[in-house]
Design a protein around this ligand. Structure first.
Ligand code: ADP
Ligand code: MG
Length: 225
């Protein structure tokens, strides 16, 4: 199966009081289509740095990221932002919905930003919201939704641009245990159904059985234990 995400020898250092501190050290990762990978590690181990680089939000000091085989190397700021819109879906810890947009409009905004043809977008938004069990909430504003419902909107929104890879940074942190399991099983299901790759950073051991691989960020690398 093809890899929809590859990280090759990713190194990232930060300046720390006059000295360089290496957070990621020649980190390699390949994620195949239909594969959901969990990443764990203590606070400060570099998980957010890793996720930002893999999601083309932050540049590595060296190394390359390939999304569907397309390298981020040498791209302009605009080129990177186009690549992000085409290839990446992000789900954050708190859903980060736009407060003044209705549920379906949250998805339509993504469609607009990524230049999708308007004719298909309303149908696609409805279909995705139906898949996460929200067809009855299309016209609700975020403040009327529960935490779990908001995360489900965030999942549908992340899928709207048909990305190669889904990234989630602690998507269950603001939810109770059973809602957390719901959310990760929904992510897992969409990854299989739509042949995507996904990486979730999590502290939540209960969701690990839903993931295909569990990796630990240690010493700047991802290790399978
Ligand atoms: P985690 O998400 O695992 O808690 P982070 O990736 O946020 O870890 O941070 C890893 C390390 O890199 C921390 O020591 C943090 O202080 C440092 N770091 C992260 N971003 C920056 C930055 N922009 N400037 C300087 N140091 C940073
Ligand atoms: Mg973090």
């Amino acid at each position: 199966m093809r890899n929809r995400l590859e990280l090759k020898k990713i190194t990232r250092s930060f300046e720390d009081g006059g000295t360089e501190r290496t957070v990621l050290d020649k980190l390699d990762l390949e994620v195949a289509e239909c594969e959901l990978v969990a990443v764990m590690g203590p606070s400060g181990s570099g998980k957010s740095t890793f996720l930002s680089i893999a999601g083309a939000l932050l540049e590595p000091t060296s190394g390359d990221v390939l999304l569907d085989g397309e390298s981020i190397f040498g791209k302009t700021k605009q080129g990177l932002s186009e690549l992000r819109l085409r290839k990446i879906g992000f789900i954050f810890q708190s859903a980060n919905l736009v407060p003044y947009l209705k549920v379906k409009e949250q998805l339509l905004l993504v469609a607009k930003l990524s230049g999708m043809k308007k004719a298909q977008t309303v149908e696609r938004a409805k279909e995705l919201l139906d898949r996460v069990g929200l067809s009855h909430r299309l016209n609700a504003y975020p403040e009327k939704l529960s935490g779990g419902e908001r995360q489900r909107v965030a999942i549908a929104r992340a899928l709207m641009n048909d990305p190669a890879v889904l990234f989630a940074d602690e998507p269950t942190a603001s939810l109770d245990a059973s809602r957390g399991l719901d959310i990760v099983s929904m992510i897992a299901k969409q990854v299989k159904l739509q042949r995507k790759s996904a990486v979730i950073v999590t502290h939540d051991e209960r969701v690990l059985p839903l993931c295909d691989r569990v990796l630990f960020l240690e010493g700047g690398k991802l290790i399978q234990k």
